[in-house]
Design a protein around this ligand. Structure first.
Ligand code: SF4
Length: 352
């Protein structure tokens, strides 16, 4: 299959135009058409010679993210179900915050990591996304906002899939969306979340970027974490904590720990105390931030939500130990915005 136009960094385009015998500035023009003017076809690129447009047409394709469904929440959250050219479907979500719009992108079709509270993993992993298929989600989301003059100002790589299992594509995606001649989304406004693929936490620490990292920890010890997240059997808790330590020492950056509270499983005061102890014994607390996520009901798993007062008690317990902690604001609850739910519904309908 032909490469996708969004697969290329500006440097890739520079090499490509050089190979076509074209002047270097053409690369900048192509990049500008893709990310600033947000053209959706080569014909629109009217300041390029016809012959060059023909070459582009022959050698590249625009990724067709077909909008299969769009759900809009009262709080402004917009969730898209996009169809890919091979018939698979992925989700992308725009969230509105008081500091701007963020987009949550998908990096894989399905996921093999198997977190027990997650609908995205129920059908396993179908395939990795190409870098351009991840970039295209941001372009599509930005196009949806263009009419109202709004901008995507931040990105969270927390949609379907484990980005560190599709590491190279994810890193290329990040370079493309961050480029100041393109979408220009600042590194400090991008967060990548991993379930704990330990070798790639080390790799990411060594990348020397300002991009934020979040670790889905969800349990304070090995035994419980293995029950909730099978990935913990591949990369045990102690190894994960060591990798986090390396990341913080190497980068000096704050590390976020995502903790999904699941009713009766990992939400007791003892769990909060154990978590506070592990974090404070291994990491400098000013560089630690815990984000509590009251889990969405997953029918297939029969998980229930932690009652409100217990969520606050969990938070207070962490605070008692000087751990920075917030509770994630719920968004899009009226449209079932939990990751993977819209896609799961779509797969069900297809199977019937
Ligand atoms: S939470 Fe993320 S890593 Fe875990 S199964 Fe779901 S998509 Fe995969």
């Amino acid at each position: 299959m032909l490469p996708i136009v969004y697969d290329y960094t500006l440097e890739d385009w520079q090499q490509w135009v050089k190979a076509q015998g074209e002047p270097a500035f053409r690369a900048g023009q192509i990049f500008d058409w893709l990310y600033v003017k947000r053209a959706m076809s080569f014909e629109e690129m009217t300041n390029l010679p016809k012959s060059l447009r023909a070459k582009l047409q022959e050698q590249f394709r625009f990724v067709a993210l077909e909008e299969l469904a769009r759900q809009e929440s009262k709080d402004g959250t917009v969730k898209f179900l996009f169809g890919l050219s091979d018939g698979n479907a992925i989700e992308t979500v725009i969230m509105k915050h008081n500091y701007g719009n963020s987009v949550c992108v998908t990096t894989q079709v399905g996921c093999r990591v198997g977190c027990t509270f997650c609908a995205s993993t129920l059908g396993g992993l179908k395939r990795d996304l190409a870098p351009g298929e991840i970039v295209a989600q941001v372009v599509k989301a930005q196009k949806a906002l263009d009419a109202s003059g709004q901008r995507i100002s931040s990105i969270v790589v927390m949609g379907i899939g484990e980005p560190f299992e599709n590491y190279d594509a994810t890193m290329k995606f990040l370079r493309i969306v961050n480029h100041d001649k393109g979408l220009n989304i600042g590194q400090r406004h991008i967060t990548v979340s991993t379930s704990g693929i330990v070798p790639n936490i080390y790799r990411f620490a060594d990348e020397n970027t300002q991009i934020n990292l979040a670790i889905s920890i969800h349990a304070p010890n090995d035994e419980l974490r293995s029950k909730l997240m099978p990935v913990n059997r591949r990369f045990p808790f102690a190894d994960l904590i060591q990798a986090c330590k390396y990341y913080v020492e190497k980068t000096g950056r704050r590390l976020t720990f995502e903790y999904a509270l699941i009713g009766g499983k990992n939400d007791r005061v003892e769990h909060a105390e154990e978590l506070a102890k592990v974090l404070s014994e291994n990491l400098p607390l000013p560089l630690v931030h815990v984000n509590l996520i009251p889990v969405n009901f997953v029918m297939e798993r029969n998980y229930t939500r932690t009652p409100r007062d217990e969520i606050f008690e969990f938070q207070r317990t962490l605070q008692k130990y000087n751990v920075n902690v917030t509770i994630r604001r719920e968004q899009g609850s009226d449209i079932a915005a939990a990751c993977g739910q819209l896609r799961a519904k779509h797969m069900d309908a297809k199977a019937r």
